[in-house]
Design a protein around this ligand. Structure first.
Ligand SMILES: Nc1ncnc2c1ncn2[C@@H]1O[C@H](COP(=O)(O)OP(=O)(O)OP(=O)(O)O)[C@@H](O)[C@H]1O
Ligand SMILES: [Mg+2]
Length: 432
């Protein structure tokens, strides 16, 4: 029997490889876009919906190599260009990858070396590196193309607006260079709602840009992850346990991987076992406790982000969350319209305007406010994005609550289960 390392099977903090499942719903569109010469790509979706995993697996299937770039708040296009240029060093000068290096013309290699020395001259002179004039967008596209790479840019929503426009221009240059380099492309990954941004800056891009939404993982997809894990490790999760894991995950692969991983590790299963091991409800309860303990600080920082007071705020965001919580208790339903929420908010804040409620609700579903809520467009209703957020928010409103590790672990599995039991129509819940 082949043995697998449990940490490589269940990967809550890494792109899945062994348990990777194809996302049928977007697979065709993505593969098609990756194969179409000149087609630039924007992939977007909720945090944790599986964008990085999907792209990493697909690019590895279709490309020899790619340039990985990661944006943080305030990253500029110039920084990205320099980073990509530096990354290419492995093909142009150090020749770490001979296969690729051998295919690159000597003249282009010497051009690369020239720019590199130009760039080196600046070292130590300025705090911020400047892009050498010779490193035009066209030249960079050529370097990337010759190295048979594509360029994956993560979290492009974090760049400033002006630089988003520059990104659109850069994509256009890459698109134009596809005559000579058919595989060259930029794949930008962003949060929900960022897909349209690139086109907004440059209408001409609309036909040459494939916008691919990655939805939250469906119940079937989450089940498939668990089943792959069961097979690889020779373990079994009872049907009830499996269902609970799927529902707790609320469409997020990371939660699913984390709960399964904890159950294995708590039982000393570090690799594939000889004799099938079965997990029961009590194993899951313990895994949930572990989850809350491990994530208490990130839950708290998400909550702080969601409720942060911005400049010029007259009406806070907390009354909205409070209203949602009391309505879910009172009406025993989790999905609420802006009107219902507004009516409830007004009980304590009579002048609170409906428009402000709508404005904040829209913010609360965005990355800017940690996606603490989700929105169902068809029914115009809002609800907590996962039971852990809901429980945490509830605790934060209870008297004397100072969010701390011990407080968060007080959220009982029963409380969360009650929330989940109320939520029957999961597929609607998961749709974007
Ligand atoms: N197709 C998949 N098959 C199996 N597991 C997956 C799949 N997609 C995602 N996962 C798991 O879900 C978790 C989150 O995935 P990933 O990091 O790719 O999401 P993301 O959308 O890039 O998140 P973020 O917006 O935070 O960058 C990881 O633990 C990953 O292993
Ligand atoms: Mg990611």
């Amino acid at each position: 029997m082949k043995k697998y390392d449990t940490y490589r099977v269940f990967t809550p903090a890494q792109p899945a490889k062994l348990t990777f499942i194809d996302r049928e719903i977007v697979n065709e569109q993505l593969v098609d876009a990756l194969r179409t010469p000149g087609m630039q790509i924007v992939v977007y979706g909720y945090s944790g919906s599986g964008k990085t995993t999907l792209l990493t697996n697909k690019i590895n299937q279709l490309y020899e190599s790619y340039i990985p770039s990661q944006c943080t708040k305030g990253t500029t296009i110039d920084q990205l260009k320099l980073e990509a240029f530096d990354y290419l060093d492995r093909y142009y000068t150090t020749e770490l990858n001979e296969n690729v290096s051998n295919g690159i013309s000597a003249s282009l290699k010497s051009r690369y070396a020239e720019i590199k020395s130009e760039s080196k001259k600046q070292e130590g002179k300025t705090i911020k590196r400047i892009v050498p004039i010779q490193l035009s967008d066209q030249r960079l596209a050529e370097f990337v193309g010759e190295a048979k790479c594509c360029w994956k840019i993560e979290d492009f929503h974090k760049v400033e607006s002006d630089d988003k426009e520059r990104l659109a221009q850069l994509m256009k240059v890459f698109m134009d260079s596809s005559m000579n380099y058919p595989t060259t492309k930029i794949i930008a990954i962003g949060a929900v709602g960022t897909g349209k941004e690139v086109v907004a800056y440059d209408k001409e891009m609309s036909n040459r840009l494939s916008e691919i939404p990655v939805p939250l993982m469906s119940l079937d997809e989450l089940e498939m992850i668990i089943e792959k894990g069961e097979f690889l490790l020779n373990v079994k999760f009872l049907k009830e346990v499996k269902n609970r894991v799927i529902v707790y995950s609320s469409g997020l692969g990371a939660v699913c991987h984390q709960l399964c991983l904890s159950m294995c590790i708590n039982n000393g299963i570090y690799e594939t076992v000889e004799e099938t091991h079965t997990f029961t409800d009590s194993d899951l309860d313990k895994a949930i406790d572990n989850y809350l303990q491990k994530n208490s600080s990130s839950l708290k920082s998400s909550y702080d982000k969601a409720t942060k007071i911005t400049k010029g705020t007259v009406y806070g965001i907390k009354p909205i969350l409070k209203a949602i919580l009391s309505l879910t208790k009172e009406k025993k339903k989790d999905e609420l319209t802006p009107f219902e929420i507004h009516t409830e908010v007004q009980k304590e804040n009579p002048t609170y305007p409906l428009n402000t409620v709508r404005l904040y609700l829209n913010q609360l579903i965005s990355a800017e406010r940690a996606e603490i809520l989700r929105y169902n467009k068809d029914a115009d209703v809002y609800f907590f994005s996962n039971p852990f957020f809901k429980a945490f928010t509830e605790l934060s409103f209870s008297k004397d609550f100072k969010p701390s590790k011990t407080d968060i672990t007080r959220i009982s599995a029963d409380e969360i289960k009650a929330y989940l039991d109320a939520k029957k129509d999961m597929d609607e819940f998961l749709s974007m």
